[in-house]
Design a protein around this ligand. Structure first.
Ligand SMILES: [Zn+2]
Ligand SMILES: [Zn+2]
Length: 140
């Protein structure tokens, strides 16, 4: 089985299996890689946040300015997504393989944030949000 390299720190990703769903977690920075739909499946499982050690060291503003990362599976540039429901988190998604990268602690917050099913709903929400902000600024 191939072992993946962490897109953030270059550490090795180790495979973790939670209730039959396999994810890859970095031994060094504890970021977590989810293959397509794994995050979706896992967020609905009770107790699945135990795969996430749950510390967030960076604030969301500094993280939004970070360099983009490449997908550990297909090496293409990943797209930054903002999830802001309760706890603003930035995570990366690969549009090629639909994989998702969460920094340590972000999966737990992601799980709390999501009320509606489906990543697409959330993605559309994210895409709409920036124009709303600009609009408010102009109005004032
Ligand atoms: Zn790492
Ligand atoms: Zn990919």
């Amino acid at each position: 089985m191939e072992s993946l390299i962490c897109p953030k720190c270059g550490g090795n990703l180790e495979q973790i299996i939670y209730q039959g769903i396999e994810v890859d977690r970095c031994c060094q920075c504890a970021g977590i890689w989810f293959d397509s739909l794994e995050a979706e499946q896992l967020k609905n499982r009770k107790g699945s946040e135990t795969i996430d050690p749950g510390y967030v060291k960076k604030n969301s503003v500094s993280e939004s300015l970070e360099e983009p990362i490449n997908c550990p599976r297909c090496q293409v540039r990943m797209m930054k997504m903002l999830d802001f429901d309760q706890h603003p988190i930035w995570y990366e998604i690969c549009l090629n393989c639909q994989g998702i990268w969460f920094d340590a602690g972000e999966f737990t917050q992601f799980k709390r944030n999501f009320k509606q099913p489906g990543l697409l709903v959330q993605a559309m929400k994210v895409l709409r949000y920036p124009s709303k902000i600009n609009h408010q600024k102009i109005a004032k």
